[in-house]
Design a protein around this ligand. Structure first.
Ligand SMILES: [Zn+2]
Length: 357
């Protein structure tokens, strides 16, 4: 029995997304969500998942989506972010099945001011649904954690009512992930907001489960986006157990009812990750570490082959030697894909997401 006995390969939609997360929760593993910004990074992540026989989550941020469409496009009305997210989704849909792994296709943080981006993706989901009977994406995140709890939940419910008939999964955030990511700076935020309370989580659960069971909650337990010096971040993944227990009691003993998401986990210890997964984390975001990994292969190549990269012809082996096989982007970008892919495999191993198919 493995993941492919539960869901098919390729991009998952509808209840298959929940079936995958339910299976992960039962088996006590989590799936990393890797931010992708290009076909190159997307392919490298899919390749990693295929090699280690694991399901995978590919996600695009608002900024990453704009990059996917091209930095040369204007984005004053989120038009590039909308088009880039759609382009990424179509690319991933086109190739995912060939890699033979189940894929959750997700969009990352969407704060209030970015809602036009969300609206654009949702419109694309509706159009895709009309033609194919399923949404373009598997899942979207709304991050209204900066709003009051009431406004956060009300807006999530409003969007979720539109998403549920399309079978879309909703990830929402309550409490704040510290640090800075994709232009949103939470480095100065009030400390209490960095640890979500069980009552707040249950309020979210009650409101959203009335619409559909297909949602997850990114709760704050001291997490911070980015990488900091050891000791600067106090993670408390054991707090997540309190959320589950509180919800269990309210729901007459329904075991571990919450699907939880781990943001801002770069630099956390294996022990912290394990505790989070034991407590119902089914998705962990990985961006900072994979960004650095993508650079590493390219940086090493450029440094090691420096003598072959200065002119189109002429290198240490001779003044008339051509350098095309060194400066062809399929050679040096590929080196970044290899180191990115290796880092994705490491993230999967940390989460117990290996040999799961
Ligand atoms: Zn995040």
């Amino acid at each position: 029995m493995g993941v492919l006995d539960v869901v098919p390969a390729g991009v998952l939609t509808g209840d298959n997304v929940r079936k995958l997360f339910e299976y992960a929760k039962e088996q006590q593993f989590a799936i990393p969500a890797i931010n992708v910004t290009s076909s190159s990074t997307a392919n490298a992540v899919l390749e990693a998942a295929r090699d280690i026989k694991a399901p995978i989550i590919l996600q695009v941020s608002q900024g990453g989506s704009a990059y996917f469409a091209g930095k040369g496009l204007a984005n004053d009305r989120q038009q590039a972010s909308i088009l880039g997210a759609i382009a990424a989704a179509h690319h991933i849909r086109t190739v995912a099945k060939e890699y033979g792994v189940p894929v959750v296709l997700h969009s990352d943080h969407c704060a209030h001011k970015l809602l036009p981006w969300f609206d654009g993706m949702l419109k694309a989901d509706e159009e895709y649904f009309q033609r194919h009977g399923e949404a373009l994406f598997s899942s979207h995140m709304l991050d209204l954690s900066e709003e009051s709890k009431e406004d956060n939940i009300a807006t999530c419910v409003q969007y979720f009512k539109r998403m549920a008939p399309l079978g879309l999964w909703l990830e929402m955030e309550i409490g704040i992930t510290g640090g800075e990511e994709d232009g949103v700076d939470n480095t100065g935020v009030d400390n209490s907001k960095l640890y979500t309370q069980p009552e707040d989580i249950f309020d979210v659960y009650s409101a959203l489960s009335a619409v559909s069971p297909n949602f997850s909650i990114a709760a704050a337990f001291g997490n911070v986006h980015g990488v900091y010096k050891p000791g600067n971040v106090k993670l408390h993944p054991e707090l997540l157990q309190k959320h589950q227990v509180y919800a269990e009691e309210k729901l007459n003993g329904k075991k571990k009812p919450l699907f939880l998401v781990f943001h801002g986990g770069s630099g956390s210890t294996k022990e912290e990750i394990k505790t989070a997964v034991t407590n119902g984390v089914v998705k962990m975001n990985v961006d900072t570490d994979t960004q650095f990994a993508y650079l590493a292969g390219i940086r090493n190549f450029v440094q090691n082959k420096s003598g072959y990269l200065q002119t189109q012809v002429g290198n240490p082996e001779g003044a008339d030697k051509p350098n095309k096989k060194y400066y062809d982007p399929r050679v040096w970008v590929r080196e970044g894909e290899k180191t990115l892919s290796a880092r994705v495999k490491e993230a999967c191993a940390d989460l117990g997401n290996v040999d799961r198919l």
